[in-house]
Design a protein around this ligand. Structure first.
Ligand code: C2E
Ligand code: CA
Ligand code: CA
Ligand code: CA
Length: 279
């Protein structure tokens, strides 16, 4: 009833996914997963490619299910949002990511930032600002060591409300990244007002990237836009040397992707970045 994917993850077969009984079972399991400590974070390094240094890591959620194996977020985030369980799960993610980054800071990596993904449900939760403040304090992590990733569509859904939230978050001293950029419908005037420090080009544009192709002009335009707004532009999903070289030629110097480092458990991170670093 399940198959093992390329990365050793167990994917639900689509027939299982749509099966109502199975969904109920997954929801019940999700409710217990926090108590049973079944969630894990994997970390994917983010590189400054010109000199090969790591500038931080994106925390990516995994569910170590007792019988189904390691489950990828695509198979449970939507259900967690629908049931509201994403709020307590997201609290755990934030706390765990800050705890880990505190350890890496103490080991001497003081310039690293940890990036945490926020779902739209968490983003519009009234307690978000207090939660972020309390989590940083509990882990004695300075605010500049935390980045929150909000997708372009979440940020643009209700622009005035988003601005109010992002201004408060940015006022705490944390960084904001606009994720999956290029897939939403940003107003440029609004983008200019956002207190973001980073734009992440959606992986879909990078995977189709072939010099001279349609997507390469979109990527070039996003890089130019980011530069003119003084934002760091990150390319995610970089899988080939050709993609890395082409992005470099366009002036993009921050990259994430399987070519440079896969998401991995914290205890493998330090060793792995020394074997996959660019140059
Ligand atoms: P995202 O934020 O756009 O994360 C990037 C996804 O691309 C991750 O998938 C990552 O493993 C994958 N990726 C990175 N490099 C490459 C590459 O070179 N090639 C390919 N093909 N893929 C690459 P993942 O970990 O399965 O996460 C999927 C999505 O789930 C994330 O997309 C994010 O939207 C969501 N997610 C993950 N963790 C969390 C979390 O803690 N909270 C919330 N709310 N959402 C999360
Ligand atoms: Ca992300
Ligand atoms: Ca993304
Ligand atoms: Ca994406």
């Amino acid at each position: 009833t399940k198959s093992t994917g390329r990365n050793g993850y167990h994917f639900f077969e689509s027939s299982m996914n749509t099966n109502a009984h199975n969904q109920l079972q997954v929801i019940q399991d999700l409710r217990l997963a926090l108590e049973r400590k079944e969630f894990r974070l994997h970390y994917q390094p983010k590189f400054n490619t010109p000199d090969g240094t790591v500038i931080g890591a994106e925390a990516l959620l995994r569910w170590q299910h007792p019988t189904r194996g390691m489950i990828a977020p695509i198979d449970f985030i939507a259900l967690a949002e629908k049931t509201g369980l994403i709020v307590p799960i997201g609290e755990w993610v934030l706390d765990e990511a800050c705890r880990q980054m505190r350890i890496w800071h103490d080991e001497g990596n003081r310039h690293w930032k940890v990036a945490v993904n926020l779902s739209a449900v968490q983003f519009s939760n009234d307690d978000l600002i207090e939660l972020v403040k309390a989590t940083l304090a509990r882990n004695s992590l300075p605010p500049y060591a935390l980045m929150l990733e909000v997708t372009e569509s979440t940020a643009m859904h209700d622009v005035e409300a988003s601005l109010a939230i992002l201004d408060q978050l940015s006022g705490l001293g944390i960084d904001i990244s606009i994720d999956d950029f290029g897939t939403g419908y940003s107003s440029l005037l609004y983008l200019k007002r956002l207190p973001a420090t980073e734009l992440k080009i959606d992986r879909g544009f990078i995977s189709d990237l072939a010099q001279g192709g349609d997507d390469s002009s979109i990527v070039a335009a996003i890089i130019a836009l980011g530069r003119s707004l003084n934002l760091r532009v990150v390319a995610e999903g970089v899988e080939t040397n050709e993609q890395q070289e082409y992005l470099t030629s366009l002036g993009c110097d921050t990259m994430q992707g399987y070519l440079l480092g896969r998401p991995m458990a914290a205890d493998q991170f330090i060793e792995a970045i020394h074997t996959t670093a660019p140059i």
